[in-house]
Write a protein that binds this ligand. Structure first.
Ligand code: 5GP
Length: 114
């Protein structure tokens, strides 16, 4: 069993505003939102970084993207648009070593990447 911050959120040991979950993915609001909507889509199975993904993880990564797109549709900002980001390691700005996808939306994102 891994013990990342996000594992603890998924196990409800640390509180978070969970907005979606299914068998493979849990999504919750970022504690320091960078946009009106800022939700993190996290696989239940912890993988430290994008560099650790194996070919068999392709479906799981796809599920993160699909869950984010479905959330944007449900919340009514899919047509206006949004941004997804996955950070990797130091230069990518990764701070939690449990692969996750940021979904940012709810307003025009006129900010540079990164
Ligand atoms: P990273 O920088 O690794 O791509 O993204 C980690 C994200 O996790 C950051 O945007 C940060 O604000 C968020 N975060 C860090 N600690 C917590 C926490 O305890 N709860 C929640 N909901 N988000 C967190």
């Amino acid at each position: 069993m891994t013990n990342t911050l996000f594992d603890k959120i998924i196990r409800r040991e640390i509180p978070a505003d969970i907005v979606y979950e299914d068998a493979d993915v849990v999504a919750f609001r970022d504690i320091h939102p960078q946009a009106p909507v800022h939700v993190l889509f996290v696989p239940r199975r912890s993988i430290a970084t994008l560099n650790d993904l194996k070919p068999d993880d392709a479906v799981l990564v796809g599920k993160l993207v699909l869950a984010a797109a479905a959330y944007a549709k449900r919340e009514g900002f899919a047509e206006s648009g949004y941004r997804t980001i996955m950070n990797c390691n130091r230069d990518g700005g990764q701070t939690v070593f449990h692969v996750h996808l940021h979904l940012l939306g709810g307003a025009p994102l006129h900010v540079p990447l990164g």
